[in-house]
Design a protein around this ligand. Structure first.
Ligand SMILES: [Zn+2]
Ligand SMILES: [Zn+2]
Length: 310
């Protein structure tokens, strides 16, 4: 019997601040998508791992962050185009929404300012600064985190994560995203189940199985005109596989992927299926930190408190 894991990269503007021309629709959809996902997860009582960009938990900032080793140029958009877009730079109310949910979500980290950890220019010092600030701001909120989602899934500096007490991260998917992944599953009958592994530092890799919004635009519209939403069909297959076999089916998305009603409909259909299979089989829903605890049962270095508000 397997399990389903859902992780969300909760970032508002931070997922795009280093991009020359951020995709407008997605930037503007961030907070609405966040609230929609909170509602849907609550409706189906499905706990998820919410990987939050640390900067969102600040009340305000000077837009420079002079003490950050990346230097103020990394934060330039805060001082220019988004100087008056506090709603893209901060989101304490949205973070409260995760913590106050009746569903036992996992509060996790998506770095402090969406630095790409695998890039050569990201020195160890930068990685440490990102983790340090996440831990600081979390502590001010009375929170700890045990799971980390790398910005753009760019894995790097795993030793720094371990140093700051992280126990789990989301590794790259062994299968392909988008149309190709759908093809692999539906035509080539490839499995989407992943097997979490622990590295030499005790850090558990909970690889992604499937990005839920890799099949968009025209291709999606055409597919939907002749067929049901192909991502829903594929996700249901993954959920069924996890209900019948050992292994983890790990889906992920950004709240800002919910740009239209059909995106919320997709998530509803997927969560409905998770709920249905949880009732008629031994399928469980886990967070990334639940998986890490299960994989490393012998180590007792987890804090006694569940991640979340102390
Ligand atoms: Zn700032
Ligand atoms: Zn991100």
């Amino acid at each position: 019997m397997g399990s389903v894991v859902i992780s969300l990269d909760a970032e508002l503007g931070w997922g795009f601040h280093d991009i020359e021309a951020p995709p407008r629709e997605r930037v503007e959809a961030g907070s609405r998508g966040w609230l929609t996902m909170l509602d849907l997860l609550e409706e189906f009582e499905v706990p998820a791992t919410w990987a939050v960009v640390g900067h969102l938990m600040l009340e305000d900032c000077d837009g420079r962050h002079d003490d950050h080793p990346t230097g103020p140029s990394w934060f330039e958009r805060e001082r220019t185009e988004w100087a008056h877009r506090e709603d893209l730079r901060f989101g304490p109310d949205l973070v409260e929404g995760i913590l106050d949910s009746p569903v036992d979500h996992e509060f996790a980290s998506h770095s402090f300012s969406h630095v790409l950890f695998g890039r050569p220019e990201t020195t160890r010092e930068v990685a440490e600064a990102e983790l340090e600030r996440c831990c600081e701001v979390a502590a001010r909120w009375g929170l700890l985190f045990e799971s980390f989602v790398y910005p753009r899934n760019d894995v790097g500096h795993r030793d720094v994560l371990a140093e700051y007490g992280v126990k789990a991260y989301r590794g790259k998917s062994p299968t392909r995203d988008g149309v190709r992944g759908v093809f692999d599953s539906l035509v080539r009958d490839r499995s989407f189940l992943v097997e979490p592994t622990m590295d030499e530092r005790g850090l558990v890799n909970v690889p992604a199985s499937m990005f839920l919004f890799g099949f968009e635009g025209r291709a999606r519209t055409i597919a939907e005109s002749v067929w049901a939403d192909p991502m829903v069909v594929t996700a249901r297959r993954g959920i069924d596989e996890a209900a019948e076999n050992d292994g983890v089916f790990h889906m992920w998305l950004h709240p800002n992927n919910l740009t239209h009603q059909r995106d919320a409909d997709r998530m509803r259909a997927i969560l409905e299926h998770v709920d249905r299979r949880r009732i008629d089989s031994d399928l469980t829903v886990e967070t990334m930190s639940d998986v890490a605890r299960r994989i490393r049962p012998m180590s007792n270095d987890f804090s006694a408190v569940t991640p979340g508000r102390n």
